[in-house]
Design a protein around this ligand. Structure first.
Ligand code: GLU
Length: 383
């Protein structure tokens, strides 16, 4: 199969794909055995995508389903501490198997375990995002799961569909593929209604669409169609197309490219535009940085804000907070997420990034506000 073929069909023109793998595909519900052959074929798809220049993040379930078998916990409902214990056992196994399968294709595997707080609190969110982006830049394949061992019921996502949608937001992915044992969205549960219609395209998630999802569940994982639609809502709002497809075939991503049936939820905006909307709209500003005219025109040309153009710092802010960027006359020219605290920014005033390490005692980002983290007013964003 040629390298380019896989990035066609619903994966055409994708630059960054998040693929979510449901437990039911990875773990045999009866024997509790890991489907190593299937996973190996998936790794083949991932390698093909990488060769076609597409970055891939895997969000994988299966830790609890695998671990419960290893620990002899049977098939019944698990207590919280049992599923936490099972997750810690299964996760090692999962990570090991991904590593083996991807390493055979010359790819490095990175394990990322996230809790809800990592996507809800901005500073932790930024940390997780930077790590994920760094890994992708270095050519590694992040394999993400919820950190089930420390996540209790109040502070967990609970299902990897929504976790995958949060990862989409973090990395500004443009495609989310939810692979499970369902082929896509039907107008009713196909197991119960023989005349259920298949829905190939959802342009907007309406109440009628939500209603179609109610009550459709898969036996092994925690999600069902309801969590898939919830995930689609989050991801499409972040500018990402969402594809629900069956993983019940070898090389499920290649199968999609070859025309396998699936439901596509259309993105609402481009990822970059959605992120910029979030930065422009919904954040409380914690302070301001005043910059010189050279910096103002650099921002207008689409560049990041550097400390060299910083004139003054106002307010008390932390790294990751939203701040206004003002010119010397007091006009707000932009706003964005700042990479340093107000105290640090004071120290960095007028410095070049090579000098940051000496002043701060650590090596941080070169930019005070990176252009991806900033909206410049009156400047048309390129999408
Ligand atoms: N995080 C869980 C696990 O790895 C799976 C959650 C889900 O099935 O969506 O076992």
């Amino acid at each position: 199969m040629s390298a380019v073929t896989i990035a066609t069909g619903p994966l055409a023109a994708a630059r960054r794909i998040v693929v979510k793998i449901g437990s039911s595909l990875l773990v045999d519900p009866e024997s509790g055995e890991l489907q190593v052959g299937w996973l190996d074929a998936l790794a083949h798809d991932v390698a093909e995508l990488r060769r076609a220049g597409v970055e891939v993040v895997i969000v994988s379930s299966g830790a609890v389903a695998l671990g419960r078998h290893g620990l002899g916990l049977g098939h019944g409902v698990l207590k919280l501490e049992e599923s936490q214990a099972a997750a810690s056992v299964g996760q090692v196994w999962l990570a090991h198997t991904y590593r083996e399968a991807l390493a055979r294709r010359g790819l490095e595997t990175a394990q990322i375990l996230l809790t809800l707080g990592d996507s809800e609190q901005r500073r932790r969110y930024l940390n997780a995002r930077n790590t994920l982006k760094t890994l992708l830049g270095l050519g590694a394949v992040p394999v993400v799961n919820e950190n089930d061992t420390v996540a209790t019921s109040e502070i967990r996502y609970g299902d990897n569909d929504r976790l995958a949608a949060r990862v989409v937001q973090m990395v500004s992915a443009d495609r989310l593929v939810l692979l499970s044992d369902v082929e896509g969205l039907f107008s009713a549960d196909p197991a119960l209604s023989p005349d259920a219609r298949f829905i190939p395209l959802v342009e907007r998630i309406t109440d009628a669409i939500e209603a179609m999802a109610t009550g459709v569940r898969t036996p092994t994982g925690s999600g069902g169609m309801v969590t898939k639609i919830a995930a689609a809502r989050i991801a499409t709002a972040a500018g990402c197309d969402v594809i629900i497809a069956s993983g019940r075939r070898p090389r499920p991503l290649q199968a999609l490219a070859d025309g396998a049936r699936h439901t596509r939820f259309q993105a609402e905006a481009t990822p970059r535009a959605a992120r910029k909307q979030w930065i422009a709209g919904s954040l409380e500003l914690r302070g301001a940085v005043v910059v010189d005219d050279g910096a103002v025109s650099a921002l207008g040309r689409g560049n990041s804000l550097l400390a060299a153009g910083l004139v003054a710092v106002e307010g008390d802010f932390q790294r990751g907070d939203a701040v206004a960027i003002r010119d010397a006359r007091g006009n707000t020219v932009a706003q964005g997420l700042v990479a340093y605290s107000s105290a640090e920014a004071q120290q960095l005033r007028g410095l070049r990034s090579e000098e940051f390490g000496q002043v701060l005692g650590y090596i941080g980002r070169d930019e005070l506000v990176h252009r991806d983290d900033m909206v410049v007013f009156g400047h048309k964003e390129q999408q």
